[in-house]
Every structure is written in C-alpha cells, then in structure tokens.
Design a binder for this molecule. Sequence first.
Ligand code: ARG
Length: 240
Amino acid sequence: MRLLAVVLALIVITVTPAHAEPRVVGGVVVDNPAEVPWMVALTTSSGYQFCGGALVGPDLVATAAHCVYGRAPSSITVVGGKLDLRTDGGSTSVVKQHQVAEGYSTPSRGNDIALLTLVEGMPYETLPIAETTAVYAAGNVGVVYGWGRLSEHDTTKSPLLHKASIPVMADEQCAAAYARYDAKSMFCAGYPEGGIDACIDDSGGPYVVGGRLAGIVSWGIGCARPNAPGVYTRVKTFLT
Ligand code: ARG
C-alpha cells in the first residue's frame, strides 16, 4: 500500500508541469439541474467522488473502463440527481455488475468504456447515445461535465458540477499531439492553445453533442495544456 502510494506520487510528480492553466478547467458551474438529469457521480462507499458517468438506461450507467476496472462492483456507489455533492437528496445505488469493453487495458490503448448495472434504477431522464458519426466532425462543439479538478494542480475538490464547451479536434491534429491516438476508439477535444479541458476525476463523465452522448472523458497529458487536448472514448464505436 505504501509502495503503491509512493509510485502514484512519483507518477503525479512526473506528469505535473511547472505551470497550471487557471481553472472541468476553464469551465463554469452548472446551476440548472434540468440540463443534466442523467449526470451521475461514481463514489467510494465513504462518499469520495472519483469519476463521472451518465445514465443511459434507468439502471444503466456509461462511464470509462479505467474508472471501474479492478474494482469490486459492490464497492462503487453511483450518485444521481444532484449538482452539489454536499447536499442530501438525489438517489444512490451500488453497482450490481460492470461490463468493461473487450480489449481494454489502459486508457491510452483505447476501448476505455464500461457499462454499469445498478442495483436500484434511478428515476431520471436518460442521455441518448450519439446516432451518427457526424457528431465527431472537427469543429463540432460538445459540452463536458464533471466534478473533477478546476486546474491541473488543484487538489482540493469542488463539490459543484462544472461544465465546459470544447470543440472536437481533427484526427490529424490529435494524432500529431499523441502518438497513441486511435481514431477508431478515441477522439480529441480541445483548443491548440489549451486553457479549457477535463481534468483528474472528470474521467468517465459525458461529452455531449446535440443532446447526445458522444464521448467519455478518458485521458490526456496534464490538463488544459497547449497542444495536449483531452482524449475521449468514441462512444458511437461501442454503443449501437
Ligand atoms: N484520467 C483522468 C481521470 O481519471 C481524466 C483525464 C482527462 N484529462 C484531460 N486532460 N482531459 O479523471
């Protein structure tokens, strides 16, 4: 356990740059619950939020494979129906089972998607899945939602849901930024100059284009750095 903590600390130190982009990074607080009825948080049994997700069925949550891989389903609590995680209300359910995409190993190798079946369904509107690959056209603007860090170095967590609008990047641009980019199972969203991005603990959260689930927060180098866009799971490849 100690060793693991040290190894993790080293990883964090080596991927952390000298400067953080100020302030999901560069976003705003979501204040209208009706905008995101399907948004859920994944938490530990003690309530620590570590990933996001979206209800795609009354008892079905789409999230990133890396959020759940290796965790016992019963140790994951899904929280829905609230924007401020400090408040009471909303719904919670533990996970009955999770199905990780075939071929998943680590986020940068792709296939970073999982479906969670809840023990108890939630009474909220679900998020429809992108119907066509047209949502991935470069320049389309999607909205990413999460309770993750407000900047790369900010280790204090915001209990308030944030969102940011970020354009889809062209495949060539993404491939130029990341040698491991796989256009079949990923896409990038970001600005060449950085500044606006998902960040740590936003993983698993939805990237929504035209009211549909198009992407899932997967990985990136740091957060909001120039020429290092956010990488998302290309949902359409995996879900009908
Ligand atoms: N892997 C991170 C997590 O577990 C999210 C990474 C997203 N990074 C980014 N720069 N878009 O929460």
